[in-house]
Ligand binder design. Structure first.
Ligand code: ZN
Ligand code: ZN
Length: 310
């Protein structure tokens, strides 16, 4: 028995394709970064790091060649319906010399802008990184096999999790490029999935769309947004209302952490945003609401989303 086919069809196919994707560029990031730091000067360091990394990602992304989407039209809908990724890891086209340049430049940004210089990173970039190692790291990362990835870094002073983050930040522009055309062709208004329908990664956080309260999640890697049911946990998919509740900080009712007693994870959601949704920068929202993470963690819940820098 596979449940009610009508119900599934309604979820996946019918919709009016009106979910707007984010529109992000350097001047928007700079303007918003200034606003967040004005409101909370303690964010200066971490927001400065985000700004710098974004600026390098953006600059280098212009060197990624434009390619036709690898799937179109009916195939996009078919994959969505089958709950298959629109962009499989092997479909991501990487240009190896460009990848190495990007690892170096984004790595340099981490060295320059981190509050404490990450151990071993400078030596890794200057002495240990080769084209061959970059190719193997990208394959290890894309295979999702952590042990395989970590083995490549054995005996090096740099921490594998830092290099993993570096790869994540480096591959993001390749994902942005591929995800943009796919997200525009797909009906992502109602996708009851807690991982990105395009690339399969975890969300960074979510927001409620002003006009109708649709809960929208944003992928931490490719930036795709998708509509997700309001009363459902994105990590264990429970819809048991008894198990789902939320907290917020008294001084900031505009952000909530939705807690799940079934899997003990939580997700942060921006409840009300006065600007345009396309210009809401969830990575900055995430950095600006670190105290809400602490509050949820103090209650014994674990973050289910990725952070901007992990
Ligand atoms: Zn994604
Ligand atoms: Zn859950």
């Amino acid at each position: 028995m596979d449940g009610c086919p009508w119900h599934e069809r309604r979820w996946v196919i019918i919709g009016d394709f009106n979910l707007k994707q984010r529109r992000i560029n350097k001047s928007l990031v700079n303007r918003k970064a200034r606003e967040y730091v004005e409101k909370n000067p303690r964010l200066k360091g971490i927001v400065g790091l985000y700004r710098e990394v974004f600026s390098v990602q953006r600059k280098l992304s212009q060197r990624i060649p434009d390619r036709l989407p690898h799937i179109e039209g009916a195939l996009v809908s078919a994959r969505l319906q089958e709950e298959e990724l629109l962009l499989r890891p092997e479909e991501l086209e990487l240009d190896l010399p460009l990848l190495v340049d990007m690892i170096r430049e984004i790595g340099d940004a981490l060295v320059r802008k981190s509050e404490r210089e990450p151990e071993g990173l400078r030596a890794f970039l200057e002495e240990e990184l080769t084209e061959e190692l970059a190719r193997e790291m990208a394959e290890g990362y894309l295979s999702g096999d952590e042990a395989r990835f970590n083995a490549l870094l054995e005996g090096k002073a740099v921490k594998p999790e830092l290099v993993y983050l570096l790869l994540h930040l480096t591959l993001a522009p390749f994902y942005w490029k591929a995800a943009g055309s796919l997200a525009r062709q797909a009906d992502l208004d109602q996708v009851a999935r807690g991982t990105c329908p395009v690339c399969g990664d975890l969300p960074v956080m979510g927001f409620l769309r002003a006009e109708d309260g649709l809960r929208v999640l944003e992928c931490s890697r490719c930036g795709t947004r998708w509509g997700f049911p309001r009363i459902m946990c994105p990590f264990c998919m429970t819809t048991d209302q008894e198990k789902l509740h939320y907290i917020y900080l008294e001084e900031d009712p505009a952000h909530r952490a939705y807690l799940c007693d079934n899997c003990r994870k939580y997700i942060k959601i921006t409840q009300s945003y006065s600007g345009k949704d396309e210009e809401l920068l969830l990575p900055l929202e995430d950095l600006a609401t670190a105290r809400l993470d602490l509050a949820a963690e103090e209650k014994g819940y674990i973050r289910g989303c990725r952070t901007v820098f992990s």
